[in-house]
Design a binder for this molecule. Sequence first.
Ligand SMILES: [Zn+2]
Length: 354
Amino acid sequence: MIGSLGNISVRKKRKTKPLVLGRAGERIYQVQIPIPFPLKTVNVYVIEDEPLTLVDTGVNSENGLKKLGTFLRSIDHDITEIKRIILTHGHLDHFGLASRISALSSAEIIIHSADKQKVKEGLYPLKQCKEVLLRNGIPLPIIEKIIEYWESNRSLWEPLHHCTLVNEDTMILFRNFTLKIIHCPGHSPGSICLFHEKEKILFSGDHIIEGIIPNPVLEIDENRYSLRSNSFIQYLNSLKKLNYLPISLILPGHGSMITDLKTIYDSYYNHFKIRQAQILSFLNEGQLTAYEISWKLFSNLSVMDTFLGVSMILGHLDFLEVQELVGFQEKGGKFFYHLKNKRPVRFNITGSTA
Ligand SMILES: [Zn+2]
């Protein structure tokens, strides 16, 4: 956009500095969009290059749309100029506004194929989800409140019906550089990281965040006896995958950018070890459901935190089961976990950088 002074055109001097000025001339900006959740903001990235691209969007809200529009104007662009939206995963704080932005700009929307259904339907398959939560000991009135809470968030996202689907190693082309898709399931089945090989920058979505341990959110998988996928095992494998990349800067979906991946990994693995030791010590007293363990760990959970807490505990129980430290039995339609053998626990976390 060019400012005009009589018949002399002058380019406005920008006040907004990019987070990254790439060698190919691309500029990457971070915009923090407010969200009505404890994390308070989500990071949306504007990649100013050809085509003008967003990474994630925030929730569907007037406030978010306004904030993004104001930011784009500060770099001499407009929402209608966005040509492409890449979604790191199908959680509503990341994709909720994509449909409206695309309606204003005709932007192409890109998401991993494993989260295609999520952005179309938003809510979990409720019947199966109810079944899994009941099996893991959550009382029915609390499950009903969890479902009510999900439904109350319905205005925060618009369904996406026409997305371009990508998979592992798909290259997203810009004028003079590419972003490589790295499939990192765990936090959600279709979580992706985007790797800018030339600048060694990783857009990590919610796969890696500083100071927060990403939740391996419970996902339905009707092909498994447990009726759910082993999200935490997948998450650990996805962490290992990034170990081999020469990353110098991480641009996460929430919070500050990260330059020291090893410190983050060490903090994650230490946290996992502590959680698993706590879970094992509770099971040492007798068999428990995942919900009962969540009460022992956090005595006063909100409705949504009950779901996330049980998701996290089930993830660790899956890991401990693979390590042959715990087993479970079905009694009266509920899964009760027990210590498999009472030998001293020796932690050997797969993929630890330690
Ligand atoms: Zn997420």
